[in-house]
Design a protein around this ligand. Structure first.
Ligand code: SF4
Ligand code: SF4
Length: 93
């Protein structure tokens, strides 16, 4: 299975766009969620390289590292993150 990142954006995102600029150009894992009326952003887990550059730029503290929260693969928290990523992926294309 391909390796994937661990950073995700929760529902508190205010859509400022700062994180999108922080994500390294070739990686480009952060997307504005198309059609979201709150203008939120999301991280596509499969593209994220875990650099962490987006985290300090978020004014709403909406970006999290699943590993530091103790979220492990197969747990309910992990399922939620995967759902958030699927949501991002669907709307990024
Ligand atoms: S951790 Fe790095 S690669 Fe992942 S979304 Fe944030 S800036 Fe992009
Ligand atoms: S920096 Fe934070 S509030 Fe701004 S778009 Fe990114 S996740 Fe949302």
């Amino acid at each position: 299975m391909a390796r994937s990142g661990h950073f995700y954006i929760d529902e508190t995102c205010i859509g400022c766009g700062a994180c999108e600029h922080a994500c390294p150009g070739k990686v480009d894992a952060i997307y504005a969620v198309a059609g979201d009326f709150l203008g939120r952003f999301a991280i596509v887990l499969d593209d994220c390289i875990d650099c962490g550059k987006c985290v300090p730029l978020c004014p709403a503290a909406s970006i999290h590292d699943a590993r530091s929260e103790g979220v492990i693969e197969g747990s309910g928290g992990y399922t939620r993150i995967k759902e958030l990523q699927a949501w991002a992926r669907e709307r990024a294309e």
